[in-house]
Write a protein that binds this ligand. Structure first.
Ligand code: ADP
Ligand code: MG
Length: 342
């Protein structure tokens, strides 16, 4: 079988099947591994890689932004657990002809975000690469014992929330790839793609509310990431498509360039907002800015009797999905998979 048939998540499952996490450890499958410590605090660890040509184009992304983003996407995985990031490790594979100014600018961006979130660089590895730049960051974090918010704890009746607007990052990438002229609005979208801000304080605050049950960060796209929470929790969900928050910049740019804002918000990744489920009572008390976009259900009865969407013969339902998208006229594809085409 080819890897493209197995897909990214099929491969991770296959790797996972060979290993069993020891007692006291939550291993593969969440945004971070969680290790209980004798101090009564839990240690959080996560690792993410960025490869030239796959995650970024060297001639497009300013090296400062790439340094920022390399750390940001990792800090976001600690935020996704409700944890506090404490430090990072950085491994670089670089072609020998790379200009040292590029590396200085990269490290400038990396240092600025590290300072902002109080996460010193603690080590790493450096090696030569034949041609492409490869970056791997490992982040360490902590949180009180057994308080990390796992993907597996969504409960029936929970509301589903996101901490901010979706689709900007994917639209920013589209603008870069299509060479759209960069006015203020377009630049705002590109900034969200190049310089995501991990929702670290928001994640820590959400962790303090015991009614917040499951949480993750949105890296691959709502369609794919919510599916992970539902799979891990054995639940289904209904999403009110009209409640998905879209920024004004995204709406305007979609009107101007004929892009589909919903496809960008649902299938586009790298927004790095937090996606969480909580009780309706807890939701009313949350001080963290958030948007309620749907609810967790345990049955798929709605799927058996799909509501016809006005003006369309399509129900917007994918038989494979645990998610019912209410109020869409076209099928929504899930988020990003590194090995599957399309
Ligand atoms: P995220 O998008 O939050 O970084 P991923 O989708 O990359 O998460 O990974 C999902 C889970 O699979 C995580 O727990 C991650 O640590 C684990 N994982 C991914 N690739 C590997 C691998 N090659 N070996 C072991 N675990 C992996
Ligand atoms: Mg994540």
């Amino acid at each position: 079988m080819k890897l493209s048939e197995l897909g990214e998540f099929g491969l991770i499952e296959r790797i996972q099947a060979r290993f069993r996490a020891p007692d006291g450890v939550t291993g593969i499958g969440d945004d971070c591994a969680v290790l209980h410590q004798s101090t009564g605090r839990d240690t959080l660890v996560s690792s993410d890689m960025l490869i030239e040509g796959t995650h970024f184009l060297r001639k497009e992304i300013p090296p400062y932004d790439l340094g920022w983003k390399s750390a940001a996407v990792n800090l976001s995985d600690v935020a996704a657990m409700g944890g506090k990031p404490t430090g990072t490790f950085l491994s670089l594979a670089l072609p020998a002809d790379l200009d040292t100014d590029w590396i200085d600018a990269f490290m400038h961006g990396y240092a600025d975000i590290s300072e902002r979130f109080g996460t010193p660089l603690l080590g790493g590895d450096t090696t030569a690469s034949p041609d492409r730049i490869c970056i791997n960051v490992t982040v360490l974090g902590e949180c009180p014992y057994a308080r990390a918010r796992l993907r597996s704890n969504a409960q029936k009746g929970d509301v589903i929330c996101v901490t901010g607007s979706l689709g900007d990052s994917a639209a920013g990438l589209k603008a870069i790839l299509e060479g759209v002229e960069r006015d203020v609005e377009v630049q705002r979208l590109i900034d969200r793609h190049y310089r995501p801000v991990p929702r670290v304080p928001e994640g820590e605050e959400l962790r303090l509310n015991l009614g917040v049950h499951a949480m993750m960060d949105l890296s691959d796209g709502l369609g794919s990431d919510l599916q992970h929470i539902l799979d891990a929790s054995g639940m289904n969900a209904e999403i009110d498509v009209s409640a998905i928050p879209l920024s004004l910049a995204l709406k305007h740019c979609c009107q101007r360039f004929g892009w589909d804002p919903l496809a960008l918000a649902v299938s586009g990744g790298e927004d790095y907002e937090l996606l969480f489920t909580c009780t309706p009572q807890a939701e009313m008390l949350l001080s963290v800015p958030h948007f309620v976009i749907g609810k967790v259900t345990s049955s798929r009865s709605v799927q058996c009797h799909p509501e016809p969407v006005e003006g369309s013969s399509h129900s917007g339902l994918d038989p494979e999905s645990r998610i019912t998208w209410r109020g869409t006229a076209s099928p929504l594809s899930p988020g990003f998979d590194h090995f599957k085409k399309g």
